[in-house]
Write a protein that binds this ligand. Structure first.
Ligand code: PLP
Length: 396
């Protein structure tokens, strides 16, 4: 069984993580070294997660109650919850399959209460932002680039024009450090306000960092081909839901007391692990992933933009459940479930119809650089047996 997910971290990095958890050290030095290994600039903060960074931004902005945050419609539910916990209203902006923002939908979504637009680059792709920037400038909106799924080179990439750019190194991300994030803030005044608030937050404990390391080491152990099949069999025999089990196992924070969990500065061992990941990550893994993606594109007759880094590979098919079951029977742990959601509103006329439709037809394939070419070829055969409705369009 090719499990859907393998953590992008090796045993040596995990061993170092344990060592960092045991060694004493000075926080300022750990922060400085990590900053240097990201890109040495002074325009960013290192936070516990992207969600922590977003919460920090909203704390610093102090927007009037009822202000609107426009979200590209596919994102993780906590981003919306965080906005709501700040008394803000989340408004969806429609996107296509690859997450490109529909400019007309953005224009329609804007009201006098709109203050921020958050655009998530999805699946390893980069959504073009030219229209977003010009509409945002006309309407005095802050542009937040959510790059949680698109890290693919040292220090980036992000658009220089965006007001905020956020990168995640959470458990399922490229070059994971099992946590941590970078938030680049263009305005020095806003950055200083955020830094001042951040400095008052408690520091993540070493114990909680170590617990994470052991949890994810266990998860890594069971993600091998045979162990995964055996685990899935046992879970099924016990009447459990394997999809739900995996999704909750990789969850970074529990839903209770979310803000309290987010408002933590990264611990020294986490900062050291981030430094290590940024300094030594083998970017050939991303090059391999891109090659795999292009190969599967050619097998399925699909096309992705040149800049795509294929963090994950979703397909859009008329009947995802049938293909999922067929793939599972052939030993591929495909899933229709994901930690993302479509942002919706009570007023149905403002709902993002295209994103809702994509979400009904999405299927995520097992995807990591360790998949051999013959496994990808076999997946393509299984998928082709039911026609691909429409592949991700190949816009740049
Ligand atoms: C689009 C998007 N935004 C935000 C996040 C949250 O990132 P973090 O786990 O660092 O809070 C994720 C995590 O999967 C994501 O995919």
């Amino acid at each position: 069984m090719w499990i859907r997910l393998r953590l992008d971290i090796g045993w040596l990095d995990l061993a170092y993580a344990i060592l960092y958890g045991l060694l004493p050290g000075k926080r300022e030095i750990a922060v400085q070294r990590a900053r240097q290994s990201w890109n040495g600039q002074d325009d960013f903060l290192i936070t516990l997660s992207v969600r922590s960074a977003f919460d920090l931004l909203l704390r610093a902005l102090q927007l009037p109650h009822g202000s609107e945050v426009l979200f590209s419609a596919l994102t993780v539910p906590d981003m919306v919850r965080i906005a709501e916990m700040h008394g803000l209203v989340a408004v969806p902006v429609d996107t296509d399959q690859v997450g490109n923002v529909d400019s007309n939908s953005l224009r329609r979504a804007i009201s006098p209460r709109s203050k921020i637009v958050v655009v998530a680059h999805l699946y390893g792709g980069r959504a073009p932002l030219d229209d977003v920037f010009s509409i945002a400038t006309e309407n005095h909106l802050l542009v937040v680039e959510d790059c949680a799924q698109s890290y693919c080179r040292a220090g980036g990439p992000a658009e220089p024009q965006s007001d905020i750019a956020m990168f995640s190194f959470g458990p399922i991300k490229t070059a994971t450090a099992l946590g941590g994030a970078v938030v680049r803030v263009k305005s020095p005044a806003l950055r200083e306000r955020m830094a001042a608030l951040f400095a008052t937050d408690p520091i993540q404990s070493r114990t909680s960092f170590m617990r994470r390391v052991f949890r994810f080491a266990a998860l890594k152990m069971i993600s091998g081909k045979w162990f995964a099949a055996w685990t899935q069999f046992v879970v099924k025999q016990l009447g459990g839901d394997f999809d739900r089990l995996i999704n909750s196992a990789v969850r970074g924070f529990s839903s209770a007391n979310l803000l309290a969990q987010l408002r933590r500065q990264p611990s020294i061992p986490l900062l050291r692990l981030l430094e290590r990941r940024w300094r030594f990550y083998d970017f050939r893994r991303i090059a391999d992933r891109i090659q795999m993606g292009k190969y599967l594109d050619s097998c399925l007759g699909l096309h992705h933009a040149e800049s795509h880094s294929y963090w994950i590979y979703p397909i859009f098919v008329p009947d995802p459940v049938t293909i999922r079951d067929r793939l599972r029977a052939a030993g591929f742990d495909a899933t229709c479930q994901s930690r993302m959601t479509v942002v919706t509103v009570a007023d149905d006329s403002r709902n993002p119809t295209s994103s809702i439709d994509c979400w009904k037809h999405i299927l995520f394939l097992p995807w990591y650089p360790d998949l051999p070419q013959n496994a990808i070829h076999e997946m393509a055969i299984q998928i082709r047996s039911q026609a691909v409705e429409t592949g991700p369009p190949g816009k740049a």
